[in-house]
Design a protein around this ligand. Structure first.
Ligand code: GCO
Ligand code: MG
Length: 402
């Protein structure tokens, strides 16, 4: 069996997606996601110029060997561009293998560990009252877990607050827009949100919050401690994870569960946080961390330390990643939760898929493969549009972490 061709498809049905389609001499094809929000074309070039030519003639059944070829063979290892390109190939090859085996992907991985995949949705509002209302709407929709973000008085466009209450798309400008940040104001406001949410909705729903790398370790420890009475499911990216020693300080002061990893690309980024038991959930997902082949290694390492998975699932991860992640989540023993930001109707139409939502859970389908395809004719109707994530500045103009 041989790979005879591979093409990179760029489409923008509401937002940009980069998709790899690998064709074989037996007529079976596989689809992989290679989207990198705001840097899409870097991965397109990496795939088209440096990966696709090497794939032609290879045996698509040799998933592990092709993974190692692309990782070790590049000499330049790791990084968000390389690992997304590897992920796209890897996912397309697992799709092909599962189609050849006439099995849904989760069966190849080892079979079902659970019935449904608990997901969390994104509730946001420009102030506490609006966020409380949005959380209520998610509860009405059947969600068991909800991430709550609020605008903060005096901060211009705080992180996580969209224009509509149920949909939020951060990459929304042809050049990065400038948002504001002020830690003191946030620390004085965010705990009140969770106090109000618990007063109104009780302790039934799981609540999550994303600090989006904004706080210093001391401020992060303070926030984690202040949020303790509200028993969050997790507090995410509360401080940047380049210096992982910082998490020791947070742990010393709080038992609020911590989640990190949506910007990690390999097991090496996650290793110390996991082994030192400084986090409770690892957020790496299929597209950003080298596909099924590599994410499985990260999850297995995490399992040794009772760290559970919590895959990133924002709208910049295409339905191909979502579908594949759901097969992964259906199998992985140490599953925690799956993020689920719904895609637009246009996106769902370009990527026909067999997963579905019911009462706070997603379910992968039984179609052989990962169950997600691309309608190329429809995709061609939505050409690439430059779209960037915002940047953040402090009140005095200093650049901050977005
Ligand atoms: C999340 C994330 C996203 C990211 C986005 C970047 O927790 O879902 O933090 O909102 O900012 O995926 O591309
Ligand atoms: Mg996040």
């Amino acid at each position: 069996m041989k790979i005879i061709s591979a093409k990179v498809i760029v489409t923008c049905p509401g937002r940009n997606f980069v998709t790899l389609k690998i064709m074989t001499d037996q007529g079976v094809y596989g689809i992989g996601d290679a989207t990198m929000n705001g840097r899409e074309k870097a991965v397109v070039a990496y795939l088209e110029d440096h990966v696709v030519p090497c794939l032609i003639g290879m045996d698509p059944r040799r998933i592990e060997d092709i993974w190692q070829y692309l990782y070790r063979g590049a000499y330049w290892r790791r990084g968000p561009v390389t690992m997304r390109a590897i992920a796209a190939v890897d996912v397309a090859l697992w799709d092909i293998k599962a189609k050849m085996a006439n099995m849904p992907l989760y069966q190849l991985l080892g079979g079902r560990s659970r019935d449904g995949i608990m997901v969390y949705g994104h509730a946001n509002g420009s102030d506490i009252a609006e966020t409380v209302d949005a959380v209520g709407q998610y509860i009405d929709l059947g969600y068991k877990a909800i991430r709550a973000q609020t605008g903060v008085p005096g901060i211009k466009d705080a992180y996580g607050v969209g224009r509509g209450k149920l949909f939020y798309e951060p990459a929304d400008a042809a050049l990065p827009s400038v948002t504001g940040w002020d830690t003191r104001k946030a620390l004085n406001y965010v705990p009140k949100l969770f106090e109000t949410l618990r007063d109104i909705y009780g302790f039934g729903p799981h609540l999550l919050h994303d600090g989006h790398h904004r706080y210093t370790p001391q401020e992060a420890a303070n926030l984690a401690k202040m949020l303790e009475p509200y028993q969050l499911f997790w507090l995410e990216d509360v401080t940047p994870a380049e210096n992982q020693e910082a998490f020791k300080l947070i742990r010393q002061h709080s038992v609020t569960p911590l989640a990190v990893g949506e910007i990690f690309n390999t097991i090496w980024d996650a290793k110390d946080l996991i082994q030192n038991q400084l986090i409770d959930y690892i957020r790496c997902t299929i597209v950003s961390a080298g596909g099924v082949t590599h994410l499985r290694r990260i999850a297995d390492l995490a399992a040794l330390y009772q760290v559970r998975t919590g895959s990133h699932g924002a709208t910049d991860l295409s339905p191909v990643t979502m579908g594949t992640a759901l097969h992964f989540d259906t199998w992985v023993p140490n599953f925690g939760i799956q993020e689920y930001m719904r895609h637009t109707e246009e996106t769902d139409a370009v990527f026909p898929h067999d997963y579905h939502f019911d009462k706070g859970e997603l379910f992968c389908g039984e179609t052989p493969g990962h169950g997600v395809d691309i309608d190329e004719d429809l995709a061609a109707k939505y050409p690439y549009k430059p779209a960037y994530l915002p940047v953040a500045r402090l009140e005095d103009g200093t650049m901050w972490n977005w």
